[in-house]
Design a binder for this molecule. Sequence first.
Ligand code: NAG
Ligand code: NAG
Length: 652
Amino acid sequence: MLSNGPNWFVCFVFCLFVSCLLTFQRCLAKGDMAEVIAVNAGLALPPTMNGTLPIEEDVGVAPAAVSVPQTSEDYLFVEARHPSTVLQGLNSLRLNNAFCDVTLCCGGQEFPCHRIVLASFSSYFQAMFSTDLIESKQERVAINGVEPQMIGMLVSYAYTSEVYISKANVQALLAAANLLDVMAVREACCRFMERQMDEMNCVGIHCFAEAHSCKVLEKRSMEYILEHFGGVHKQEEFLSLCVDKLTEILASDFLNASKEEMVFEAAMLWLNKCPSRKQSFEKVLEHIRLPLISPYYLHDVIESLDVVKENPGCQKLISEAKDYLLLKDRRGELYCPRARPRRSTATAEVIVTVGGEDDKVVLRSVESFNPVTNQWKNLACLPFAVSKHGLVVSDSTLYLAGGEFPDGSASREMWRYDPCFDSWTEMAPMNVARSELGLVMLDGFVYAVGGWEGRSRLDSVECYNPHTNLWQFTESYKMAVTSPAVVALDGLLYVTGGAVLEDGDGTDLAQVYNPKSGGWTELAPMQIARSGSAACTLKGKIYVIGGWHASTENTDKVECYDPKTNQWTMCAPMKERRYRPGAAVVDGKIYVLGGEEGWDRYHDTIERYCEDTDTWEIVSEMTTSRSWLSCVSLQLRKDIHMGSCNGTPSDS
Ligand SMILES: *[C@@H]1O[C@H](CO)[C@@H](O)[C@H](O)[C@H]1NC(C)=O
Ligand SMILES: *[C@@H]1O[C@H](CO)[C@@H](O)[C@H](O)[C@H]1NC(C)=O
C-alpha cells in the first residue's frame, strides 16, 4: 500500500523508564557500570525556598519526589540527562551482550536483551515474564507472526526511544507494535499513515486500520474515503473492496457525491471488475438512493442492465424509486429512507413553517428548519399575516389557502410558493372564505374541508386543480366542522375530529372520502373527541396529535389509525399539551412544533416521535413561541435563504 518514499524520522521521548529506574539502580550498583545519584526523598528545603523545587536543568522530566519537607538547607538534585544516560548504558550492555537474560527468536534471527527492559516498555512482555508461563523462565522466547526485522527495530526502540518509520516498513512495524503492545510506536505508525493518505491508498489504509483495531485511523481513513469519493472510486483498491465494506461506504449520509448517478457509476465500476459480484449486486443497489436519480437515467441506464433485469430484488428497488418519482403527492406516505438526500448534495430535507400567531400578533413569517443541522432559515414572507390557514405541498411547491387575517376576517385566498424563486404568487381564490379549515393534497388536487366563513361552520368541501387553477365544490362533509385533522393516505381523504357543536366541542367522528367513487364513509371513531389536532401519515398509518379534548382541556394525547384494521390505538403522549401545533414527517420521524398549552401559553419547542420505540423527545426550539402555524416537509435547495421579513410581523 505504501511504497518507497523519503525516509521519515520519528523520535520519542521515552519517559516510561523513569518509574523503574530505582529498580535498576540496585542491579547496576553491583556491576559498577553506571554512576547512580541517589535521590533522597527525606531531604528538607530551606525555609526561603518555600516549597519551590530547585531543578538544575529543566528538561521535560517530572521530578519524581515532590513531597519534600521544607525545612533544611538540603535540596533535591535532579539530573535531567540521567534517564538517557541510563538508557544508553542499558543499550551498550545489550550490544555487549552483558547481563542479557533472554533472547528473542524470530524467523531465524536472535535478539539478546534484558527481561526487565522488555517488561518495562511492553505490557506483552510484562505479562509474559511475570506469570507462570513457561516463557517467564525460558532463556529463549520465540515470537511468531511478525517480521524479524520489526522485532529488531522494536527492541532497539526499547533501548534508544527511536525508531525509523518509512512507507516500506510502516505496516509491518505497526503489526509488530500491535502484537507486542508498544502503544507509542503503534500510534506513531497510525499518524504516519494518516499523513501519507491519498486517494490511491486510503481504502487499503482503512482496511488495515480496521484489521489492527486502530480506531482513530480507521475513522479518519473512512472520512477521507467518503470526502474524496469522486477520486477514490476510480482506484484499484476501491474496485477490490469486499461487498460489505462497499455497502458501508455507499450507505453513508456523508458520502461526498454531487449526484447520486455518480454513486451508481462507482458501483458499476466495482461490479464490472468481477463477474461473480453479480450475485451481490442487489445488496449494493439497496444503498444507492435511486429515488434521487433522474427518472430518465433510471429508465435509460439502470433499468436496462441485465443484472437489474434478472434480479427481482433489484426490480423492486427500481419500482420503489419510480413510485417515488411518479406519485409526487404520496411521498409523505411512502416512507423511503433511500429518498433522503446525502449531506453533500445541494438539497436538504426541511420542515417549512408558515404563519400562525405568537403570543401577541399574527405572523407573516415563513421559515425552514433542518432537523439534521438544527438550523433555521428565513424564506420569503407571506404577503400578509395569517393564522388558522391550511398548507399543503406537492413536489416542492407549497399551497396555502384560507385562514384568518389579523382583523378577524376569514380568507378565500389561495397562494402558491415556488422554492426556485422563493416567492409567493396568488392563485384563484376558493369559492367560500374558510378559516380553521382542513387542507390536504390528494393525488394532484388540493381539497379544502369545512372551516369557518365568518358567521358559521361549513360542511362544504372544494377541490383545486393546479393545472387549471380552478376550484370546484365536491360532495359535502357529513357535518359542519372547524379545525378537523385531515390527511391523505393511499388515494383516500381522511377527516377526523374537529369542532362541531354550538359550543365548539370536539367530535370523535372519523370519515373517509374516495374521490374515485365519491361518497363519504364513516370509520371507527377516535378514542377521544378532539379538535385543533395535527395529523400526519407514517408507514401506512394515520397519527392524530394533540388538540383540544372536548370539555376538558388541551391534550398531549396521540392516537394512531390503521386503515387495514379500522382501529385506533393510543400512542405514547407528547411531553407537552399542544392545541393547534404544526406537524411534519422527516426521515421516518414525526416532528410536532409549537401549539398552545393553555390560555395565552404558546410553546416554542419541537418534539419528535419515534414510531419504533413509541417515544417522544423534545429535540429543538422554534425562533418564537407559536401556535396555529402550518408545517410541511420538503426537499429544499440549501442555498435558498433570503432575507428576513421587512416590517412588523402583522403589517398586512
Ligand atoms: C510561600 O507560599 C505561599 C503559598 O504557597 C505564599 O502565600 C507565601 O507568600 C510564600 N512565601 C514566601 C516567603 O514566598
Ligand atoms: C467533494 O468532492 C468534490 C469533488 O468531487 C470536491 O471538490 C469537494 O472538495 C469535496 N467536498 C468535501 C467537503 O470534501
